[in-house]
Design a protein around this ligand. Structure first.
Ligand code: DGY
Length: 320
């Protein structure tokens, strides 16, 4: 008998067909609505493998209901949506999709940095709303990117890819990470600094660290108060790393200059959220990895991880 698999969102047929070679597949057929918790609670009881997204909370309570589950394949590099310890206790293999989305996410991080620094969304709205009456010396002026200091929190794959892009803009790059990365420092001529110096010296601060208990609200009131009042915060990692209330206050009080956010503490962020009312915030709906090529590759790799795990082969990307 083939192992049973549940896919929590509509993915391309070509990928489903590949999984079907070795598995019996059922899929939540909606593209824009996450699978309801009750449905997942039901399905989890009878499946051997789960293909899920970062929108599904795979917690201990859910895992308790699973009696045959062997593999959880998360179609994301981040896996903070899964209770890894609970999965480990149940002997479930958890896989993710690292490496594939590195450059696409670095591109988006840089696009967001540029859009925020040069007020692109606000300027476009200005034109559309017919507010553009004349050219004026200080109209819609932003911050220079070239020659500025970029601070990176988290020097993993994406951090390194963002640093590379910054060098092309003649930026000075400093970083903070749990451990130093001497090879990257040498290769890219970037400098490790302590967190306080990173906050004090950065013109742009990019948050690119994984979201864990330790990094929850890593950027909060105190950290924001240390930053330059011309500084721009960019977050393309996970919303929970930045305390949004503190960020809102810092932006309103002009303690920092602007923020570019692709991720939020609650996703989707309610449109009534105070942060979205600020002109100095550029906000995006978690599209860091959203290029056609990368998303297809992520689907493909997540499918491979799943089928290998279910067919007694070692998946390429095992978290635990
Ligand atoms: C990930 O893979 O963790 C990203 O956030 C998805 O874009």
């Amino acid at each position: 008998m083939k192992p049973k698999v549940y896919i929590t969102r509509k993915i391309p047929n070509s990928i489903v067909e590949k999984i079907e070679y070795t598995c019996d597949v059922e899929m939540w057929e909606e593209e824009n609505t996450p699978v309801p918790r009750e449905v997942l609670e039901n399905k989890i009881q009878e499946i051997d493998g789960l293909f899920c997204l970062l929108t599904e909370t795979i917690d201990e309570e859910l895992l308790e209901k699973a009696s045959n589950l062997k593999v959880i394949s998360n179609m994301a590099v981040g896996y903070n949506n899964i209770d890894i310890e609970a999965a480990k206790r149940k002997g479930i293999t958890v896989t993710n999709t690292p490496g594939i989305l590195t450059d696409t996410t670095a591109d988006l991080t840089f696009a967001l940095l540029m859009a925020t620094a040069r007020r692109l969304v606000e300027s476009s709205d200005y034109l559309q709303k017919e507010e553009w009456e004349t050219w004026s010396p200080m109209q819609l002026t932003g911050q220079d990117i070239h020659g500025a200091t970029l601070g990176i929190i988290g020097m993993g794959r994406i951090g390194e890819a963002v640093a590379k892009r910054a060098l092309g803009f003649d930026m000075k790059v400093i970083y903070h990470n749990r451990s130093r990365k001497p090879d990257i420092e040498e290769k890219l001529h970037i400098t490790f600094v302590e967190m306080e110096e990173l906050l004090q010296s950065s013109d742009f601060l990019c948050v690119l660290t994984p979201y864990t208990k330790e990094t929850h609200h890593l950027i909060s009131k105190e950290e924001l108060s240390i930053m330059k009042n011309t500084a721009i915060l960019i977050n393309t990692a996970r919303g929970g790393i930045v305390d949004e209330q503190a960020l809102y206050q810092a932006l309103v009080n002009k303690d920092i200059w602007a923020a570019g956010l692709d991720v939020f503490e609650e996703e989707p962020i309610p449109v009534t959220h105070p942060l979205l009312s600020l002109q100095n915030v550029v906000s995006l709906p978690h599209i860091g990895s959203a290029s056609v090529k990368t998303r297809l590759k992520m689907c493909e790799v997540a499918a491979e991880n799943l089928t290998k795990g279910l067919n007694n082969e070692k998946p390429k990307h095992v978290v635990i």
